[in-house]
Every structure is written in C-alpha cells, then in structure tokens.
Design a protein around this ligand. Structure first.
Ligand code: 13P
Ligand code: SF4
Length: 357
C-alpha cells in the first residue's frame, strides 16, 4: 500500500526522482514537481468536492498515478473498484475501451476520459460489424473477446477475458471451438498454452496487434541474457509467441508486478509499456531494470491538465456514452468473466489522497 503524501514539490520529487521516464536518461526534476503540485492539489480538492474517484492504469504517467490516483492496476480490476465506490463520477485515466468497461459496469455513473488520444491500436483493429460477419463464418465457435475491445464489440461476443485469466477462462469453456479476438499474438500464445495444458481445442483468432508489445523481439531477449546472465525476462501475453516462449514469466501487468515482488532475483527485463517499469522503479528500488521499454502514445496522452479539465469543466465528448442495447450485452459479456474463471487478478494498490494545502 502506498501512503506517500505529497503536500510539497519536494515530497513529490522524493517519490518520482528514481523514475526514468521511457528510458535510462530522462528523469523528474524538482522544478518539474514544482509545476505539478498546484495542479495536483487543485485536482484533489475538486475530487473531494465532486465525490469523484480517479482510476489510473499502470501505463499512465507517474505524476498522475502518484499525484492524484485513487487506484492503480489493470482495466478490469479498476472497473471492479469503480463498482464498489460511493463516487458519483469516475475519471478513468487510461484509454477509451477501459472507460467503456467501467461505464458498462456502472451505467448510472458519469465516466470521464481525460486522455487526448483515447484509442488503442488493438481495440480499434476490429468493430461490431466485423464480429457479426465472423460469427456467420464460424457459427459453432464460442466468441471470446479480450477486454481490450470496445463495448460494441463486447456486445457481439459471448465472454470477455483479461490478460490475467485468458488461459483459465478458455480452458474452462466446454465448447472446443473458440474464436478469440482481437489480438493475434495473444491468440497464438493461447494456442501454444492450450496444447501445453493438454487441451485439444480448435482456436481461431483475429489479426489485431498492440503497437507497444509487437515491438519486442527475440534478438533483444538473447542480447540482454548474454549481457546479464542472471536476468529474469518477464513479458506480457500481447508479445510475440517466440518472445513469450523465451521468457521466465508471462502475465498481465499486475501479475508481472507480483512476479517481480515475489522473485528474489535482482535484475529484470520487463517487456511491456514503460509505465509499469516506472512503477517498479519507485515501488521496488532494490531491483534493477535492464534494457529499454516502449511507450504507448494513447496511455501517455493523459496529462494532469486534462484530468483537471474533465473534473472542472468537461466537454460533452469527455463523457463515455454507450448505446443502451450494446451496454446490456457488453455488460453480460464482461460479467461472464466471473462465472467462467475462479480467480481474477487482484493486484491493485490503493493510493492515498494528497491533502490539499
Ligand atoms: P493489462 O490488463 O495486463 O494491464 O494490459 C492492458 C494493456 O493495455 C496491455 O497492453
Ligand atoms: Fe492498446 Fe497496446 Fe496501448 Fe495497451 S499498450 S492501450 S493494447 S496500444
């Protein structure tokens, strides 16, 4: 649990100073923290006043996570947090599909998206019309969508999975014919994992990819292993199958974080977005991250200025709207996760509120 209170720029700087943003050379200065603090204090005051909760994905910039976030974690867990909150308004600092998941689970609440670029290459690779066409081509298949899809796409599918429960959910589906969408890499990893687990399923998959995870290749893994013989290679299931195959651990962002926490090794190559590496640098300063990471332009388009703007004076386009018919079906698809899986990824870190001063 993080209990850091940042009443001053110096205190914020103490939290952020070890974080190398997007590489080994860029870091936070005290001067930058002095610019952040007035915004942070205003956001935290408004948050109290408006009974809002701020949910932040781990890929979002550290000044948002540690400055104003109430919960940090992956999208489904953050939505679950939203379900149990007293808040009237949810500010979802992440990307649109995550905001839509929160809205589908909390239709009566206002969900606001501060990100300027709220898309995602993976979620935007497919739409409801394509799914309807695929369902005609594969009428006997159970359609499983990754949580990284729009509400309209979820509304056309049978069950939704997250990066933390994809294998568990799919191995428990009685139908042996599965159509998985939209991530091709995750689809290929799924085929390999089901074989490893002794399941003989006919798994078809779509051809979407994540702009961040597709960047990592085997050469990097081999180079880093030569340079750091004791390194643990940790990858996300959106990485290429050959990369996952050569990794010590594959899991969701929260599971990657748990693995690092539970493993005694000191050196890690984290094959995911830089935001997770930033959290790790702050929360596990005794561990060393090696190699580089890739930035998600969509997650990183969230700024403190925009969080303040959506709380203070939101534009109509800042609110998440879902067509009522899609909303019901999308909700059913998301809720099917709980019926099909025994354990959801539970890694989330409640953050303290920054007192206004
Ligand atoms: P997680 O659900 O593992 O946090 O992943 C989210 C995401 O967008 C991965 O690219
Ligand atoms: Fe989408 Fe990839 Fe960015 Fe996640 S990291 S939001 S999957 S583009």
């Amino acid at each position: 649990m993080l209990t850091t209170q940042h009443t001053t720029a110096q205190q914020l700087y103490e939290t952020l100073k070890n974080i190398k943003v997007g590489g080994t050379v860029c870091h936070y200065s005290l001067k930058k923290c002095e610019e952040f603090v007035p915004l942070i204090n205003e956001i935290n005051e408004l948050k109290e006043e408006k009974k809002a909760v701020i949910l932040v994905h781990s890929y979002v910039s550290p000044e948002i996570i540690y400055g104003v976030g109430d919960f940090v974690g992956d999208s489904y867990i953050l939505s679950k947090k939203a379900l149990n909150t007293e808040a009237n308004t949810i500010v979802f600092s992440a990307v649109r599909f995550m905001g839509e998941t929160a809205k589908a689970l909390n239709p009566e609440k206002d969900v606001l998206l501060p990100g300027e670029l709220d898309g995602c290459t993976l979620a935007d690779s497919i739409n409801a019309k394509i799914v309807r066409k695929l369902r005609k081509e594969y009428p006997d298949h159970t359609f499983v969508c990754y949580i990284n899809t729009t509400a309209d796409v979820k509304a056309e599918c049978d069950v939704c999975v997250t990066s933390s429960n994809v294998y568990k959910v799919i191995e428990n589906i009685p139908n042996d014919k599965i159509y998985f969408l939209p991530d091709k890499m995750m689809g290929q990893n799924l085929v390999a994992e089901m074989k490893r687990r002794g399941h003989n399923k006919d798994i078809q998959y779509y051809n979407g990819t994540c702009t961040v995870h597709i960047e990592y290749d085997l050469d990097t893994v081999f180079r880093i292993r030569t340079e750091y013989p004791n390194v643990k290679v940790v990858s996300h299931p959106e990485c290429k199958p050959e990369v996952c195959d050569q990794s010590d651990f594959v899991g969701s962002t929260s599971q990657m974080l748990d693995y690092m926490m539970e493993t005694t090794s000191k050196e890690f190559l984290m094959l995911t977005e830089c935001g997770l590496s930033a959290r790790l640098q702050n929360e596990f300063p005794d561990k060393k991250l090696v190699g580089t990471c890739t930035l998600c332009p969509y997650m990183k388009s969230n700024t403190l200025e925009d969080v303040l703007r959506v709380l203070k004076n939101p534009n109509p386009s800042d609110y998440v709207h879902i067509d009522p018919k899609s909303l019901q079906n999308a909700r059913k698809c998301i809720e099917a996760i709980d019926r099909k899986s025994t354990r959801l990824n539970s890694s989330h870190i409640p953050l303290s509120r920054m007192p206004s001063s």
